[in-house]
Ligand binder design. Structure first.
Ligand SMILES: NC(=O)c1ccc[n+]([C@@H]2O[C@H](COP(=O)([O-])OP(=O)(O)OC[C@H]3O[C@@H](n4cnc5c(N)ncnc54)[C@H](OP(=O)(O)O)[C@@H]3O)[C@@H](O)[C@H]2O)c1
Length: 237
């Protein structure tokens, strides 16, 4: 796509590594001009990709991120609310500060980035927002009370915003991955991951491509009648 004005624009939060970085690469390959953010700068580059250092839980930094997108691209078609953090600990041993941190990034971050995205998307009466949940929600996974609570809130935000944003031609959906080998789960003991995989219909770890496959489906213009949905990977739970 050589016509810059006609090139669709995507934003991926938490783009520095893991699933987010993979989504950046696949969206760029698919012809999107891609913006991404993470708190730390990145030591890699990609044609068609622009990185902005921003913490999604910080309202001023989120506004700065969207000023950059507005000035440089002037439009936004797709937002992937991928930035997220997890914590595994028995409920009784979880400090309140852990809940606050997870809530700030997973819930407040999704809330702020969605709100600013809509301000850009509604001008063209088109938008696709995809949030990241987890299969830990329907599994009510022990040891992940804070994480599951925040991702349950992300699913609730997905449903409510899907109703409120439908009149602007904006859909909001979520993809909920199984364990995928990234830094997010590296501190989780192997036997705990295996026990999780054993509960899946399809008994393997997820791959970033499994996430992109659902993202690609949600963001295509033809998916205009699909909103407020959560797709769980790996089978029924
Ligand atoms: N991996 C899994 O097994 C799995 C399973 C289910 C769901 N998920 C979800 O998938 C998403 C991505 O996970 P992942 O496994 O790719 O994690 P990851 O490898 O730990 O990467 C997370 C990315 O998010 C960025 N980030 C963290 N806090 C941020 C903040 N406040 N503002 C902006 N960026 C921030 C990180 O960069 P900085 O630290 O530099 O900010 C990093 O680039 C998360 O929402 C996670 O809950 C993952």
């Amino acid at each position: 796509m050589s016509d810059t004005a006609a090139q669709p624009v995507a934003l991926v939060t938490g783009a520095g590594k893991g699933i987010g970085r993979y989504l950046v690469e696949r969206l760029a390959q698919a012809g999107y001009r891609v913006f991404g953010c993470s708190r730390k700068p990145v030591d890699w580059s990609l044609p068609g990709y622009e990185h902005v250092s921003a913490d999604v839980s910080d309202e001023a930094q989120v506004r700065g991120l969207f000023s950059a997108i507005r000035e440089r691209a002037g439009r936004l078609d797709v937002t992937i609310n991928n930035a997220g953090v997890a914590s595994m600990n028995h409920f009784l041993l979880t400090p309140a500060s852990t809940l606050d941190k997870l809530h700030a990034i997973n819930v407040r971050g999704t809330f702020l980035v969605t709100r600013e995205s809509v301000r850009l998307m509604r001008a063209r009466q088109f938008g696709r927002i995809v949030n990241l949940s987890t299969i830990a929600v329907p599994l009510s996974l022990g040891g992940e009370a804070a994480y599951v609570a925040t991702k349950s809130a992300v699913e609730a935000l997905t449903r409510v915003t899907s109703r409120e944003l439908a009149p602007f031609g904006i859909t909001v959906n979520a993809v909920a991955p199984t364990p995928i080998d990234t830094d997010l789960i590296r501190s989780v003991p192997a036997d705990k991951i295996q026990a999780l995989v054993d509960q899946l219909a399809i008994k393997r770890l997820g791959q970033p491509e499994d996430v992109f496959n659902v993202v690609r489906f949600f963001i295509q213009p033809e998916s205009s009648y699909i909103t407020g949905q959560v797709i769980y990977l790996g089978g029924p739970l």
